[in-house]
Design a binder for this molecule. Structure first.
Ligand code: CO
Length: 213
């Protein structure tokens, strides 16, 4: 662990290094951002968006919260998505979950977690939706890992239900929505290969929001 003061020392070294490789690096950054990716991940300190993707400043628009959720009535994630799609025109939206997720684990415990209850209930809802599959898994770790994956999948579905996504895709064929899991124990990023267009079509049977008044 570094001390508080070391952070500013680290920052000095970092900016010098950036300027050594590109003297105009920060001047270019100050002109604006055109990221192609929106990354929605967990707040977990082990799951850093840019590092694990090998991305540079300006490459990725990032939103993180406990257990990478996109609940229906959450204006925070909804604002991030709306801005990323309508103003930044991102081509890809990624929901990135991770194994060893404390949020997912906490959601499965029989405990009153106060203000966290309504937030974590979104994960219990994922479990309920996939109860049949999950209850067949006997090994606890395997079950927990599968819930992490299904949670990512359901958050992708939540994103695809949004009018902003459906309208943008109808008009410009972007963004694509992807589901990833980061395995903290080996550092590997796994693409769950969510079938975006198939989900979109099945969603629109009930959640079609593409028409204006
Ligand atoms: Co987590």
């Amino acid at each position: 662990m570094f001390t508080y003061d070391q952070i500013f020392e680290n920052n000095k070294r970092w900016l010098e290094e950036k300027k050594r490789t590109d003297a105009e690096f920060f001047e270019k950054l100050s002109k604006g951002q055109t990221p192609k990716y929106l990354f929605i991940g967990c707040s977990d300190s082990r799951v850093t968006a840019e590092d694990l993707m090998g991305a540079e400043p300006g490459d990725v628009f990032v939103h993180r919260n406990i257990a990478n959720l996109v609940p229906n009535n959450d204006s925070n994630s909804a604002s991030v998505i709306e801005y990323a799609v309508n103003y930044l025109h991102v081509e890809n939206i990624v929901v990135c979950g991770h194994y060893f997720c404390g949020g997912v684990k906490a959601a499965m415990e029989s405990r009153d977690l106060g203000v966290l209850n309504p937030w974590l209930r979104n994960i219990r809802d994922v479990y309920r939706l996939h109860k049949k599959e999950l209850n067949l898994i006997e090994d606890d770790t395997e079950k927990y890992n599968r819930l992490v994956e299904l949670n990512v999948q359901e958050q992708c579905v939540n994103i695809i239900k949004m009018a902003v996504i459906q309208k943008s895709y109808l008009k410009d064929r972007i963004p694509q929505v992807h589901g990833w899991v980061f395995d903290v124990s080996i550092g590997q990023l796994i693409d769950l290969k969510i079938n975006f267009t198939e989900i979109l079509h099945s969603i629109q049977e009930i959640y079609d929001l593409t028409k204006d008044n």
